[in-house]
Design a protein around this ligand. Sequence first.
Ligand SMILES: [Zn+2]
Length: 563
Amino acid sequence: MSYLVLARKWRPKTFNEVTGQVHIVQALENALDSGRVHHAFLFAGTRGVGKTTIARILAKALNCETGVSKEPCGECSACQAVDDGRFVDLIEVDAASRTGVDDMRDLLDNVQYRPAVGRFKVYLIDEVHMLSPQSFNALLKTLEEPPEHIKFLFATTDPQKLPVTVLSRCLQFNLKRLTMSQIVGRMDEICTAEQLDADAAALKRLGRAAAGSMRDGLSLLDQALAYGAERLTDADVAEMLGSMDRHRIIALLDLLVAGNGADLIAAIQDLDELVPDYEIVLDEIATALQRIAVIQVAGADAVEDEDELESLVRLAADIKAEQVQLYYQIAVTSRHDMTLAPDPRIGFEMALLRMLAFCPAGQAAGMGGSKPVAPARQAAPGVSNKRQQTRVQTSPVPKHESPSAQSIEQPPSPQPATADPEQVAVEDIHGWPDFVAGLSLDGAAHQLAAHSALEAYSPFEIRLSIETRNEHLLTDKLKSRLTLAVQQRIGSGIAVRFAVSDNALETAAARAVDDSQQAQRKAQDAIDADPDVQQLVDVLGGEVVPNSVQPINPESSTDQDPG
Ligand SMILES: [Zn+2]
């Protein structure tokens, strides 16, 4: 006996067996009971949600020899022929493979003839949006004046592509995606009936992977049964799907929240031994973050039967909403970047380190439980695979930030953290030139800071302007270095915006020039007034060479050169 795939073997044969789509089944049953059945139906919905299944049951209900009813007998020759796909008056067409006008004309030529054996001649056209314009025209003529013995059942995944003239002559039903619990429930029924031993967690994982499509879900179940041994376990399914245990995803998020870079690297190392599909792992992280965001706004009840619900609720309390958004953003964009990474593992590791780099300093504090809380940004350069090496690297503050940390702008958080002892209050920005002096910047980034003037600031944002002649300093790299330096002092929640403006606001560089000119004048005056010097000038007939006099404090004369 040949093996019949589960999706076909367990295709519902009555309206009662249809999973979900309650509103549609109800409407069809009412129509059948009242005897007033429209001549053209359009079933719209994504793949594998039951469009053609419902259409076939309707065809059976219309042609059952015991009479038109919502409960076809399933025993008569008409019912059995429909179930076996050999009922002569049910004409099934897949428009995706049959779009020519000739085909459609051939088909519709027979419309005028009465059904051979049944009560109605039923045309079931799948993916009807794929028909050619000529085919639609041919069809439209019949739809306008349908013979009484004709029923059209159209199915489509893309109703937008249907001509309005056709749409307006159909009764349209939109099928919903199935929920995970609906799919899992059906799988459970099938496993019980087939006497298959399956872990609940394994079915849940398959149900989640089905993404709303019953057919996809049952195909995955088929695959898993072929893949696994006698018992369907979560581990087998995870391996088949290239996914991983949910608790590992939670553990990664926990380490991120704790800002624990060293253990995070170690966890990725452990993960690598399972040879996972890193794109899927990133997807799962993104999915978990989405669940966390939902819990934050709508509570735990809004999340459908999650196996790790408790952990997700805990994380929802631990991570700030905007941080969840940022993590999610990094997860989905990194998935895209993964194709550009040297290998998927590196892409994955960088994605998590990027998340770590943007952990607000104040948030990490006090959240890691008994684990040591390393300041997040310090761990960012720890890209190495070697655990010990990264442990060492977590202690010193790096002079330069990693490129990955610079590439994403930090969205402002409502309350910039100021818990770090090295940090200063946001008001200190008011004395911008002094503030610049306290930034750990060198080279061109320092030049940018020194030539920027403070236009405005708030706890969330600093606006800097730079004169046109110094515009060349406004590179992305220098801007992000300055931004990070500011965030180190004020808190990672603050954003820095730059604008080009020739308003004469005070820059650190301009003040340094002023200061040094003043010092120069003072020194010159002091020399001129010195009696010993005067005597030398008088006796030897010499003179003091202008600008040969330098102020004693060398620091006040640095930064005169804007280049
Ligand atoms: Zn029947």
